[in-house]
Design a protein around this ligand. Structure first.
Ligand SMILES: [Zn+2]
Length: 236
């Protein structure tokens, strides 16, 4: 059942956001064969996220980019009335990073992706948490311990990597120069599949572009509404 791949092959857990998308681009530039993985959880922002993953991958596709693997992990029975599922009470742009913590997020996503890698002989699995992440399940210690637990009893061990684990947003953004970053998706409260412009993650996204001076071509619904309102008011 387990197939064998070469050591240049690596799987990347993608969310469609800036960091994981840039991580895929980085590995392709390095000549690695990349297996992108997206976990379909059914959370509120998936309607914007999955199309973004597909569009970004289509735009950067090379012979070394393997087809997107979508794994199902519905979380509606677990998160029930949580804002991540209902879209009600979504942390706004003035909330701290800690406000967007999702219980067990990395443990949940990693278990399915890691077993997929084990079953397909892909020796490395990378995720894109940053050094500035405040969450314990994004830490080096968590990844080391989780890797150890995941590989117990497996004849095809997988190494869990967090290549951006010591980097800050600005450094990661610079690695993304030249990639179609406008196709990535960061919002946790999308409106008709586009960035809301007012949530915690939209704020982080705007800041990422602002601090690096990279043009932000993202369409934000809030600014679009404002523009429409202004245009309407100025009409005689
Ligand atoms: Zn948003």
């Amino acid at each position: 059942m387990i197939s064998q791949h070469s050591s240049t092959e690596i799987a990347v857990l993608m969310s469609g956001g800036l960091d994981s998308s840039i991580l895929v681009g980085k590995f392709l530039r390095e000549g690695r064969t990349v297996h992108p993985i997206y976990i379909r959880t059914g959370l509120f922002w998936q309607s914007g996220e999955l199309p973004a993953v597909q569009a970004f991958l289509a735009a950067i596709a090379t012979a070394n980019l393997r087809p997107l693997k979508i794994l199902e992990l519905p979380l509606d029975d677990l998160y029930t009335d949580h804002w991540s599922l209902t879209g009600s009470g979504t942390p706004a742009d003035d909330t701290p990073d800690e406000a967007v913590y999702l219980p067990g997020r990395n443990a949940l996503l990693l278990v399915k992706a890691a077993v997929y890698c084990q079953l397909h002989g892909i020796g490395q699995l990378a995720c894109a948490p940053l050094g500035s992440s405040p969450f314990e399940d994004a830490s080096s210690e968590f990844f080391t311990e989780y890797q150890s637990a995941m590989n117990r009893g497996s004849s095809s061990p997988v190494v869990l990597l967090r290549p951006f684990g010591e980097l800050h947003k600005e450094e990661v953004m610079r690695l993304g120069v030249g990639l179609p970053l406008e196709l990535t998706f960061s919002c946790i409260h999308p409106v008709d599949g586009t960035h809301c412009g007012t949530c915690n993650k939209c704020f982080e996204r705007k800041e990422a572009f602002r601090i690096t001076g990279i043009e932000d071509k993202t369409v934000y619904t809030a600014s679009r509404r404002t523009a429409v309102q202004v245009a309407t008011k100025s009409t005689p």
